[in-house]
Design a protein around this ligand. Structure first.
Ligand SMILES: [Cu+2]
Length: 165
C-alpha cells in the first residue's frame, strides 16, 4: 500500500517533471517537404520542453512574430539560427512562430507555429498531492494491514476451494 501510494504520487508528479524534446518534423526534420501544421496536431508544448530543428545547409530557422509568420517575412526575425541542429528552449507560455529564411521555403510550407502552455497546466493540484492524494486510496498504515489481511483471507479461501474441488 505504501508502494502504491508512492507510485500514485510519482504518476501525479511525472507529467510536469519530465521535459520533452520534440524533433520538428520527426525523422524527416526541417525540410521543404514537411507539413508542420499536421506535425503540431495532438502535441502539447509545455514550458521546459525543447524543439530540435534538424536541417541541412540550404535551410535555417528564424523565430518571428505572427505577422511575419503569416506573411513569410524574413526581414526582421526575433532570433535567427543556421547551425543545422538548433535546439529551442520553450521558456515562456504563449505562441511561437518559426520560418525558414531561404527564399520560397516559408511560402512553400516551411513554417511552424506552436503554442506553449504552463507546466502546471494539467496538474493544478500538485502542490498538495504528496500528502493529500493518499486519502482516496485508504488511510495509510491501517489500510495496508487490512490489505494484507484481505490478501491472506483470499489466499486461504483459494487454497480451501482448490483442495475441496
Ligand atoms: Cu528551408
Amino acid at each position: 500500500m505504501a508502494l502504491a501510494a508512492s507510485l500514485l504520487v510519482l504518476l501525479l508528479v511525472t507529467p510536469a517533471a519530465y521535459a520533452v524534446q520534440y524533433t520538428v518534423g520527426d525523422s524527416a526534420g526541417w525540410t521543404t517537404t514537411g507539413d508542420y501544421t499536421s506535425w503540431v496536431q495532438g502535441k502539447t508544448f509545455t514550458v521546459g520542453d525543447t524543439l530540435l530543428f534538424s536541417y541541412d545547409g540550404s535551410h535555417g530557422v528564424e523565430e518571428v512574430t505572427k505577422s511575419d509568420y503569416d506573411n513569410c517575412n524574413t526581414g526582421n526575425s526575433l532570433k535567427s539560427y543556421s547551425d543545422g541542429n538548433t535546439v529551442i528552449a520553450l521558456s515562456n507560455t504563449g505562441p511561437m512562430y518559426f520560418i525558414c529564411p531561404t527564399i520560397g521555403h516559408c511560402a512553400g510550407g516551411m513554417k511552424l507555429a506552436i503554442n506553449v502552455v504552463a507546466a502546471s497546466g494539467n496538474s493544478p493540484s500538485n502542490p498538495s498531492s504528496p500528502s493529500g492524494s493518499t486519502t482516496p486510496s485508504g488511510s495509510g498504515a491501517p489500510g495496508s494491514m487490512n490489505g494484507g489481511l484481505m490478501l491472506g483471507f483470499w489466499l486461504v479461501l483459494g487454497a480451501v476451494l482448490a483442495i475441496t474441488s
